[in-house]
Design a protein around this ligand. Structure first.
Ligand code: GDP
Length: 432
């Protein structure tokens, strides 16, 4: 999601403008010189485009003078935003402080839109033209308070945003795609047969969808699923057709084609290197994952406690995967598969509203700031969710984070928002 930063001196009307952009009609909190307001991102939308507006707030409390403070603020905006909206008070004209910020903004390659705010009437529009002297191009006369000119400004903002990614969403979604993977003999064919028998239906076609001939449509838990590349499982050729290399290629292809993978393990044997490789493949492909321990009927109940500990250790890199203990032979817990797949997919597509995300993040980094390294501690400024399937987050920071601190934020993110069954990617965009 592209980021638009709103920068300017205190009292030029930044928060009023932000309220106007996000379409909120609340009492407006104006900047008060000397008071720090957090940099708060808000979700905004105009003409069908989504973006995030960051209100860069007021003063840096430790800044010695106004010019330095606004330059620092502008610097952060430039580093983190795709487009900068620089706000000047048209009734005052440009000041030394404005000019200091402009020098900084012009050094960057980011598009900057100059807003002459408080242009409440046509007479003031003439005043606004004097702001050409700042060298940021045409000033856009706007009255954030009354709404004058704000539609034009939003159009300009959209034009300046990077091109949106192509829309790949199909009009109507077919069945969800599931890969059933695992090393030979863990019971993949048996599970497929069990599912087909339990549900009394291996559906062969669904109206309006094209299904690859190697796939199977199976009804599980009242929902039709597309099991990718099951031809081998049904005709029992997967083992006959030879090399481990070929099998692993086929597994990788199935994972790639799927949205969620069921990794089948043999509960009566230790987790092998080959099992681990398949689990890693799913995680690295960014797919949702259910790990199913098959042949649970062979489990000795006395081994349970010991085994749980061992499994936790073996699966410590994918603690988020949903685990099921089932038996293709007896049918035990096979009915748990569909709910597990639904949970994993829900997590995989979960979107956290920007406001909620940052409320949580602000509290987290206040309670546990980054440790001081060489006299400095990078600050986490804010975060946005850059995408789904799987969920991807970007942390905007004042510098690179320790790997340990980044993992801490990731872990807390999961604790707060769940994401059961789905990988989550967190990346850091430090200010340069
Ligand atoms: P695939 O290679 O993963 O497709 O594995 P198969 O489905 O061919 O199963 C391998 C062997 O494990 C066969 O002998 C199955 O009968 C047996 N098997 C599969 N599932 C279970 C189970 O839940 N319990 C037990 N006891 N045996 C199973």
């Amino acid at each position: 999601v592209p980021v638009v930063a709103v920068v300017g001196r205190p009292n030029v009307g930044k928060s009023t403008l932000v309220n106007r952009i996000i379409g909120r009609r609340q009492a407006v909190v104006e900047d008060t010189p000397g008071v720090t307001r957090d940099r708060v991102p808000y979700d905004a939308q105009w003409a069908g485009r989504q973006f995030v507006v960051v209100d860069t707030g007021g003063w840096e409390p430790d800044a010695k003078d106004r010019a330095a403070a606004i330059a620092a603020q502008a610097e952060i905006a430039v580093a983190t935003a795709d487009v900068v909206v620089f706000v000047v008070d048209a009734t005052v004209g440009s000041t030394d402080v404005d000019e200091a910020a402009v020098r900084m903004l012009r050094r960057s390659a980011k598009p900057v839109l100059l807003v002459a705010n408080k242009t409440d009437n046509a007479a003031l529009e003439i005043e606004a033209t004097s702001l050409w002297s700042l060298g940021l191009g045409e000033p856009y006369p706007v009255s954030a308070l009354h709404g004058r000119g704000s539609g034009d400004l939003l159009d300009r903002i959209l034009e300046a945003l990077p091109d949106p990614p192509p829309i790949t969403e199909p009009g109507e979604r077919g069945p969800r795609r599931v890969a059933l993977v695992g090393r030979p003999n863990v019971g993949k064919s048996s599970l497929l047969n069990r599912l087909a028998r339990e549900e009394r239906a291996v559906v062969d076609s669904v109206a309006g969808t094209t299904v690859d001939p190697v796939d199977s449509l199976v009804e599980i838990g009242g929902q039709t699923w597309q099991l990718v590349d099951t031809a081998g499982l049904r005709k029992r050729v997967s083992q006959a057709s030879g090399t481990e290399y070929y099998a692993s290629l086929r597994t990788a292809g199935a994972i790639e084609a799927a949205e969620v993978a069921v990794v089948l393990l043999d509960a009566s044997e230790p987790i092998s290197e080959q099992d681990q490789r398949i689990i890693t493949m799913v995680a690295e492909a960014g797919r949702a994952m259910v790990i199913a321990f098959n042949k649970w009927d062979l489990m000795d109940p006395d081994r349970r406690y010991y085994l749980d500990r061992e499994i936790d250790r073996e699966l410590r890199r994918v603690p988020w995967a949903i685990r099921l203990n089932l038996s293709a032979k007896t049918g035990r817990a096979v009915d748990k598969l569909a709910p597990a797949l639904r949970t994993a997919l829900r997590s995989w597509e979960q979107r956290i509203p920007t406001g909620q995300l940052n409320q949580w993040l602000t509290a987290l980094v206040q309670a546990t700031p980054h440790p001081v390294r060489g006299g400095r501690a990078p600050r986490v400024l804010f975060a946005t969710q850059a995408g789904v399937s799987p969920p991807r987050f970007v942390l905007f920071t004042t510098g690179p984070l320790d790997a340990g601190y980044q993992r801490f934020v990731e872990r807390k993110l999961r604790e707060e928002f769940g994401f059961e069954g789905s990988p989550v990617e967190v990346s850091v965009r430090p200010r340069k």
